[in-house]
Structure formats: structure tokens, C-alpha cells
Design a protein around this ligand. Sequence first.
Ligand code: FAD
Length: 537
Amino acid sequence: MGQDQTADVDILIVGAGVTGIYQLYRAREAGYSAQMVEQGTGVGGTWYWNRYPGARYDSESYTYGYFFSEELFREWEWTEHFAGQAENERYFNYVVDKFDLRRLIRFNTKVTAAVWDEASATWLVEANDGYRARARYLVAATGVLSVPFYPAVPGREDFQGEAYHTGLWPKTPVDFAGKRVAVIGTGSSGVQVVPVIAPEVAELTVYQRTPNWATPLNNRPITPDEQAELKASFASIKETVGKSPSGFLHVHSDKSTFDDSPEDRLAFYERVWTLGGFGKIISNYRDMTLNPAANAEWSRFVADKIRSAVHDPATAEKLIPTDHGYAGKRPPYVTDYYEAFNRPNVKLVDLTQTPITTVTETGIETADGLREFDIIVWATGFDFGTGALNRLGAVGRDGLTLKEYWADGPLTYLGLMCHHFPNFFFPGGPHGAAGNNPRYSGDQSDFIAGIIDYARDHGQTAIEVPKALENEWTDMVNEAAYTMSPFKELSYFFGTNIPGKAKAFLLNSLGRPKLLQMMETAIKSDYDGFFPGPEGE
Ligand SMILES: Cc1cc2nc3c(=O)[nH]c(=O)nc-3n(C[C@H](O)[C@H](O)[C@H](O)COP(=O)(O)OP(=O)(O)OC[C@H]3O[C@@H](n4cnc5c(N)ncnc54)[C@H](O)[C@@H]3O)c2cc1C
């Protein structure tokens, strides 16, 4: 299409991650004209951008991938229980090619404006490359962790060496061999990078603002027997993750911490320690995240594990969180993270004691002096939840921008649509997930596909969630953020990592069962209230 033409489509999907690809598949299967635009040059979303050494799933690979095609599930063989970035990116490329979706995707195209046109009940969308489209439905599958964040450190741009953000990693491999490297940040990405590059670099300095509780991922290759077992279990795995409150296969425990004697509790903790990824939360005592005494008990167990892994006691103490218990922030899962600090070439700088004063041309200056580096890795996270949606340039009914509407935090119905923005959906957005992401965003995409079909079948052109339903979900999410969610206000799930951002809970604090139940209610009511216009309009 030429630059001066406007594409006309039923459904325009923004973002070629796990969420958008599935929405595109559903749209094409249902016979709509569909187009996807993606600012990157390839598919995979998170798994396209985060190419840093050590980037990998902490959801089990086979629970993260799609379940809409048994054939796909059986023919794609994951090599590890928690596959790495390159394999994950290959998987998404395989999917778009297998289902012939690539020709519907336009790359290098960043949406910069999307304006609702009331008269035609369509969205007018503009992108940075001159692309323009008119779409009946706009689906922003733009991701919750897709806008990298840099802290406002003076001099950051002055550094003359190589500098990378983990969420914007280059496609050509970075050569760390023999280099003096700084890693800034010890969140989920930083703790994945450190152990992988530590053996290669000359010196590694890890700048930590606040430690998190990192527990073993317990990754391993999938054996041929396990591979056969997986293929044979498609139906049961699909059913289990389809019904699981968090979208995982991990089994929930029905025991509470103090039901057990101290000896039995220790034995239980040791068993939990050997589980993969999020098993540390889901299969732990059921009161571990919410009863402070239970949480302290498990946190003490993890602290002792850190002390036994790190040889230098002073370093070990610095690595143990003191401002939150386990899961007060999203816990990362690691392979040999703490052990990396036993290497003579790895040093920890505690930024609470010696904050960064400036980045210079040659290195990083803290209160105790300048350290020089060849490479700085910024593992400083993302503008979570609303970052990409607020940058979409979305303007809804009566000229209201999404950014204005969400100035005090997102207002959503089931984390997938909002009042004032007809025919606009954001699966995988804020208030949607709190677990194995693709299962939640898949539920949302199914709901979106269903309501669009319903509108088509009933001659409706505009879908808008009633304000009362948006209020109901948003209020419930905000209330439960403090009662049902383990996350504390210092977690980026409240947006508090971004200076000036309104503090608001950005995840789904109610869990997946409530999400599914409310979807069911809307479907059973024939989407009562969602079609404000007269029938046949
Ligand atoms: C390092 C890392 C590891 C993770 N591991 C897990 C895990 O193991 N399990 C889990 O459940 N979750 C994990 N997550 C969360 C992860 O983001 C989600 O699982 C999932 O990738 C979200 O998919 P998505 O399609 O909704 O968004 P994304 O994968 O973020 O894709 C969104 C896409 O939209 C594009 N986009 C955004 N704005 C625009 C625009 N204006 N114009 C054009 N394109 C745009 C982006 O370029 C991006 O490609 C991880 C996140 C990170 C960063």
C-alpha cells in the first residue's frame, strides 16, 4: 500500500506478541479482514525485544505456548522446561508461518495516533511510517512490559562505552569477553543476566537498589520420555491450564504453614525448593503470601538458603531483602544467581549505601568513587501495565484521550476494554493477568472475538462497555489489591517505579476465576448494555 492510501480493515491489531498473534489468528479464522502492525521487525513481542543473555521463561514452556491447535502442540518440541529467548522467538515465528499469518503483519510500523470517528463508528489509525488505516475494531495487544524504563541518572547519555537496556537488546550478540561490565538493577532481568555473563567478563559490578527474593528456576532439558508424555497429554494439560486459577500446571497446596510441626515444615519447604518456577508460590503453604507470620517463616528459609549460597557473609546480607517478604514484589526465578557473587571478578554495590551520583564518559560514579566500564547493562525495568497504551495516542469519544482518562490509573472492564473508547480492546493489558500471562490474555482474546462476532451477527457497529461494569471491575481490582494480592506498594505492579506515575494497582488482583466468571455473565446476558446504538445502525 502506498503512503497516501488508507487501509480499510475490520480489525486492526497492534503488537505481534503472544497476545496479538492469537487475536490475529481468531480474526482471520472468523472471516474478518484483519491487519497487524508491529513496531519491531519481527514477531514475538517480549521474546523479540528481550534478547539479553539469560532471558528465558519462568512459565513452563509448554504451558506458555498456544493450545488452539493440537497439531501445533504436538509438532513443536520445546527443548527445556523453561526455554530461552531464542527458542521462544523461533516458536512465534513458527506459529505465524504455520498458520500463514505473516502476510497480515506489517513490521517497522509504530502506531502514533488512533482516533475514534463517531460518525462512521471506526478508528482512524496513524503510524510513524506513513501508514494509515480505518478499522472497525482496534485491538491494542501492546504488552504490559514493552516500554523500557531508564532511571533519571545524570550523565547517562555521556557514557562513551557500550550501553544496553535489557528490554531493547541488539540483535547482534554483545561481546562480553574480557570486558569490565556494570549491570544496573537486580529485578527479574538483572538476575538472569548476571550469572550468564559472569564467567565471560573480566570484571562484573552489580548495582543493586533493592534486593528481591530470587529462588531457583530448576530448569532442565525435557527428556525424550517427557516429550512423549507431553504429546500424549495435550487434552489434560489444556484442561488443567484452562481451569487453573493462575494458568499454570502447579498444584495448589491445601495446607497452612502452622498446620505442620517445625520439622515437617522444613521438609515441606525443602520439597517446594526443588519445584520449577512459580511452584515456589502456588504449591507452597496456601497462607504463605497473605499471612505475615507464614510469609516470614518461608522468607527466613529462603534467607538461610542465600546465606549458604554466598560465601562472603557481608555480601549475603546485602542480597537479602529487608523491605518486603517473599512475593511482596514479583519474585524472580534464577539459575546460580547468588553463586555468581562467589566469583572473584563479581562485586556488589549497594545503592542504598552508595547511590549513583553520575554516569561519566568512562564509568559510574557513586558516593565512594568512580568505577570505569566498557559496557553498562541497564536492567532497570519497564513502565508497566499502561506504558504502551498511554503512548498509543488513543482518542475516544468526545475527544477524550486514554492518557487523560487513565491519569489516576487504569479504568478497565476485565482488563480488556474501557468506557468512552468504543470498539477498542486491549487484551494482555492492565488489570488482566496475574500468573501465566498467555492464558489470561487468551481468555481475553476469546471474549473479544466472541463479542465482535455477536455484534456482526446482530447488525451492531459499536461496542462500548457500560460505565457501571467498568466501575465494578476497577473498584474490585483496587480493593483486592490490598487484601488478595501479595504485592506491596513498592512493587512495580503499583507503578511506583516510575517517577510521577499515579500509584494504582496494574495487575488483576482478583485472579482468573473471577475474570472468567464475569466474562460468562456478560456472554449469558447477550452482552447486555454493550451496544449503545440502535439495532441495525
Ligand atoms: C524478560 C521477560 C520475561 C518474561 N517472562 C514471562 C514468563 O515466563 N511468563 C509469563 O507469563 N510472562 C512473562 N513475561 C511477561 C510477558 O510480557 C508476557 O508473557 C507476554 O509476552 C505479553 O505478551 P503480549 O503479546 O501481551 O505483549 P508483548 O509481548 O509485550 O508484545 C507487545 C508488542 O506490541 C508492540 N507495540 C507496542 N506499542 C506499539 C505501537 N504503538 N505500535 C506498534 N507496535 C507496538 C511491541 O513492540 C511488542 O512487540 C516476561 C516479560 C519479560 C520482559
